[in-house]
Design a protein around this ligand. Structure first.
Ligand code: AMP
Length: 171
């Protein structure tokens, strides 16, 4: 099944010049979404992952499914101010604007091997900040995976030197 058929381009959202990659058609199709999650998780099946971390908010949808697929727990990396307990925080630049992400200090720790997932890799700032958050707990971000990589933004150049996997490449 061609998964690109389930990604909707929405021009000029959330601001002029951005082509938003809308995954709601993919989420709405059980067979296509299962195929996407299988493809996302497959390289990490034998990687002794301790948990999957997903990035607020669409990374939660992908991350929870990937965690179930890999038989491990899920931990949220959230926008600043959303997590209720003590957090580590990292600021970063977006394709549109700037932001900060946080992780609970006790979400994971030394010896844990964390796979971090999100829906889209654009400039790479979000995923790099998420990896830094995981590292601040003492855990190791051993893999990064996204459904869609916007190759023309060269976001992978900003990522730490760990396994990076993408399901759909947009050139
Ligand atoms: P970046 O930090 O630039 O790699 O941006 C990645 C984050 O912003 C991800 O959490 C995406 O959900 C979101 N994002 C950035 N650009 C887009 C886009 N063109 N379409 C959909 N989501 C995007």
């Amino acid at each position: 099944m061609d998964l690109t058929a389930f990604i909707r381009d929405v021009p000029d959202f959330p601001e002029p010049g951005i082509v938003f990659k809308d995954i709601t058609p993919l989420l709405g199709n059980a067979v296509a979404f299962a195929q996407a999650i299988d493809a996302l998780a497959e390289p990490f099946v034998d990687a002794q992952i301790s948990a999957v971390a997903g990035i607020d908010a669409r990374g939660f949808l992908v991350g929870v499914a990937a965690a179930q697929r890999l038989g491990v727990g899920f931990l949220p990396i959230r926008k600043a101010g959303k997590l209720p307990s003590d957090t580590h925080q990292v600021s970063y630049e977006l394709e549109y604007g700037s932001d900060a992400v946080e992780i609970h200090v006790d979400a994971c720790g030394t010896g844990d091997r964390i796979l971090i997932v999100d829906d889209v890799l654009a400039t790479g700032g979000t995923l790099a900040a998420a990896a830094e958050c995981v590292s601040m707990t003492g855990a190791a971000p051993i893999g990064l995976a996204v459904l869609i990589e916007l190759r023309f933004l060269a976001g992978r150049n900003r990522l730490p030197n760990v396994d990076f996997h993408t399901v759909i490449e947009v050139v």
